[in-house]
Write a protein of this length. Structure first.
Length: 354
């Protein structure tokens, strides 16, 4: 078969794909109307995960599994766009890694609302000025985001989903490297790029600002300035990337949680987040771990926080594998309620892709 014939065949397949996507969008629009009439949620994360899992099981061809996920994620985002676009609050300004994570999950059709500081994202959703919020909870290099974790103690919102966002730091500037006299960025970004900066820009002044987005804005407006910022910030503020991926740790990743009023159903690959407070006695935490072991469940994450009600008393934030509607998870929660001073479920939700 000649090259032209192969290309004609690809063109024909592309035409069919486009027609099918248009049909899918029309059906999604009808689904959106039915949801609006019944008051149902537009965004249903567990339904999307069920579709992805089904497609992955059916994928016996040469298409990579991660590509299948990326393609259908965009299809989901576009489908939501023809229904009722979500209002999503994230840590601003525009171009932050929270903005990047929000776009990757909700898509370009969602209404993005930049909020500062991050804990105020909770208030934005609680007062219904936003449908969902996206908050950073953990970083693979710097650990837990304490103020966000503490804010979970004082909200009725649920965790609806999680996003694992790779953190790629780039040197961006309108000037060439020899012309750069100062670099703007957040303190954490400077810390995460220390080795590269020491090696290649040791004599250049480093100026700390409140966010990488502000750094990008300054690099856009000030001659002979550069910033360490995201690719999205580079695009939004029209500052070219001089050097990509200058971070010391190439696998640097931040875990974001999606918060909202929604209670999410089972996807088959879920996580349940809880707060629990143990009694003030020897072996209290061990009892909790023993309950998990008995039900063949493991903790994927646990963090302690001062209770703020009594000196040296702590509460724990934990992630349990599984969904609250799973029999073994539900049994664990019932058992913990008997041996702990307090247990609160923050949400069950589909696990994100790392």
């Amino acid at each position: 078969m000649k090259l032209k014939e192969l290309r004609d065949e690809i063109n024909s397949i592309d035409d069919q794909l486009l027609n099918l996507l248009q049909k899918r969008a029309e059906i999604s629009k009808k689904v959106g109307s039915l949801k609006a009439d019944s008051g149902a949620e537009v965004h249903v994360p567990h339904r999307e995960h069920q579709i992805l899992n089904r497609l992955k099981k059916q994928n016996h061809g040469i298409y990579p599994e991660n590509s299948i996920e990326k393609i259908w994620t965009e299809i989901f985002n576009a489908s939501r766009g023809v229904q009722t676009p979500n209002r999503v609050a994230f840590l601003g300004p525009q171009g932050s890694f929270g903005h990047t994570a929000s776009l990757s999950f909700f898509g370009v059709h969602a209404e993005m609302i930049p909020i500062t500081p991050q804990v105020d994202i909770f208030t934005e959703v609680e007062t219904e000025r936003a449908d969902f919020g996206v908050v950073a909870i953990q970083n693979s290099v710097f650990g837990t985001v304490r103020d966000v974790l503490e804010r979970f103690q004082h909200t009725s919102l649920n965790i609806c989903a999680e996003i694992f966002q790779p953190i790629q730091h780039n040197l961006i500037s309108k000037s060439q490297i020899p012309e750069v006299q100062r670099i703007y960025s957040h303190s954490q970004s400077f810390a995460q790029c220390r080795l590269w900066l020491t090696k290649f820009m040791k004599s250049v002044e480093q100026v700390e600002v409140v966010s990488t987005s502000e750094a990008a804005q300054r690099a856009a407006n000030e001659p002979n300035s550069a910033a360490i910022a995201s690719k999205l910030a580079s695009e939004i503020y029209e500052v070219p990337v001089l050097v990509a991926s200058i971070m010391d740790e190439p696998n640097n990743t931040t875990r974001f949680l999606v918060i909202g009023e929604q209670i999410v159903g089972k996807s088959g690959y879920d996580c349940t987040s809880i707060f629990f407070a143990v009694e003030d006695k020897v072996g209290a935490l061990y009892e909790v771990l023993e309950v998990l072991e008995k039900h063949d469940l493991s903790l994927s994450y646990i963090e302690s926080l001062p209770s703020k009600t009594k000196s040296w008393e702590y509460i724990f934030f934990a992630d349990i594998e599984g969904h609250i509607d799973d029999d073994n998870v539900n049994s664990v929660i019932e058992h913990l309620e008997k041996i702990c001073r307090d247990v609160r479920i923050l949400g069950s939700y589909p696990r994100g892709t790392k």
